[in-house]
Design a protein around this ligand. Structure first.
Ligand code: FE2
Ligand code: FE2
Length: 461
């Protein structure tokens, strides 16, 4: 069955992928190749059927390895994922974390086609026992029946258990409408004979609880962050990978009904901005470099740039030079914090002491001073950084400028900044991003066109 032998290989190394394709003459496997994150995500989203396995290079640039792994867990739960690596991974902690991310094995390169097929034998056919993995436990026993709405479950292909790996989840079969039978505990491996019996009875799909799926994705995010922060990569690669952690913002876009095209646009915009920072070698400037290497700040910057891009698009700003100024302003808007208040990541005035508020209010100007005169950064960007906390109603800082005195780019970045902070809080306070909540607290600080651009995107309901 052709479908079950489809393998997605995500690697920017074209020599490697071309070799695989060339040697796959007899089409023993159905190879799907992606050379970057965007192509991989598209392949995962539009796959004609399941993948027998997914191979991702550890050093996938720009938006990264973790994003692809995560998307596999979201869309094709249970698909075995392998990590391609230019060098062997010896560190036991790292191995354990990769395992927790649902990565079955690291495949060191160089890797020939024959070696690859041999390594994947277990997922293509047959059974094999392997290393333990983290599981989402639930306490009921195998054989317990559960009454629950079908909506509470995510289907998972029974076929994926053929490789004999331990399951991250407790597994259920549906016995009738809204009725499920637990057949496997998280952390256990299917007995081969039992699994064959299910397949022989034509059972194609098992089920796992959606809350377990969600917890697992959150857990994967946590592990990804940990891996990024603790040096699996050079700082430059880490920064690129942080773009991946704009995932929370992208996920919010999805929930808020932002179209796939717009999300793609936002991702590309931030990718272009990141390339621009590289072209301008901004990280060679000591203070800018320190800011960019502060991954927590950089993650915030990336999220603000994602929201900014959508506002910009709504405002039909298409000039490339202007877009670059806006992108750099979004990425660098908080650079002054590195000098004035490096610990005030949350930007929430209600959680600051008077002294902290005073230093926090200095960051806008401090930032503008730091980037003024840097080749490639124009005066629009500098002014936007200086004014990103100014508000039309005069309630902003540092100068309390009113209507007509605030740079439009500062308004766009300022609103994107505020809304990004709300997106973070939205997980605990879902009401916080609703229009009625924002009307009194936020929107009168910005001009109508900029507010409209936000409302069209996120606040239709
Ligand atoms: Fe700020
Ligand atoms: Fe900010």
């Amino acid at each position: 069955m052709q479908n079950e032998r489809r393998i997605l290989v995500v690697d920017s190394d074209r020599d490697f992928t071309q070799n695989l394709v060339r040697q796959n003459k007899s089409s023993r496997i159905d190879l799907v190749i992606a050379h970057n994150r965007a192509d991989a995500l598209t392949a995962i989203a539009h796959a004609r059927g399941p993948f027998a396995s997914v191979l991702v290079n550890k050093k996938l640039a720009d938006y990264g390895t973790y994003s692809v792994v995560r998307q596999v867990h979201v869309r094709h739960l249970g698909t075995p994922v392998y990590l391609l690596s230019e060098e062997p991974i010896e560190n036991e902690d790292l191995k354990e974390n990769l395992n927790a991310l649902g990565i079955r094995q690291v495949l060191p390169k160089p890797l020939t086609y024959e070696e690859l097929v041999k390594q994947l034998e277990s997922v293509l056919v047959g059974f094999k026992s392997v290393a333990p993995s983290q599981g989402i436990k639930d306490s009921s026993m195998v054989g317990t029946e559960l009454g629950a709405p079908e909506n509470d479950f995510t289907p998972i292909r029974a076929q994926h258990f053929l490789s004999g790996h331990r399951s991250h989840f407790s597994v259920y079969v549906q016995i009738r409408s809204n009725r499920f039978l637990k057949i496997l505990n998280a952390g256990d491996v299917f007995d081969a004979r039992r699994l064959e019996q299910y397949l022989a009875r034509g059972i194609q799909w098992f089920h796992i609880r959606k809350d377990a799926h969600r917890s697992y994705l959150e857990y994967c995010d946590f592990v990804s962050k940990k891996l990024i922060e603790h040096g699996m990569h050079s700082i430059e690669t880490q920064r690129d990978q942080v773009l991946n952690l704009g995932e929370e913002t992208l996920r919010y876009f999805g929930h808020a009904g932002v179209s796939g095209d717009l999300i793609h646009y936002a991702v590309n915009f931030v990718q272009d901005c990141n390339q621009l920072t590289k072209k301008l070698q901004l990280d060679r400037h000591r203070e800018i470099g320190a800011f960019m290497n502060n991954l927590v700040e950089w993650e915030h910057s990336v999220s603000v740039a994602l929201v900014t891009s959508l506002l910009m698009r709504g405002l039909r700003i298409e000039n490339e030079r202007v877009q670059n100024s806006i992108g750099l302003a979004a990425l660098l808007h908080d650079i002054g914090k590195i000098q004035t208040c490096p610990s005030l990541i949350h930007e929430d005035l209600t959680r600051m002491t008077e002294q902290e508020i005073a230093t926090f209010k200095d960051h806008a100007w401090a930032g503008a001073t730091m980037i003024a005169g840097v080749p490639g950064i124009d005066s629009t960007t500098v002014q936007a950084v200086a004014q990103h906390h100014e508000r039309r109603n005069g309630k902003g800082f540092p100068l309390g400028l009113g209507a007509g005195k605030i740079n439009r780019v500062a308004e766009i970045v300022g609103l994107a900044d505020e809304y990004t902070n709300l997106i973070h809080k939205n997980k605990v306070l879902p009401e916080i991003t609703k229009i009625h909540f924002l009307q009194d607290t936020l929107l009168d600080g910005f001009s109508t066109e900029v507010v409209d651009s936000l409302c069209v995107l996120f606040l239709r309901n």
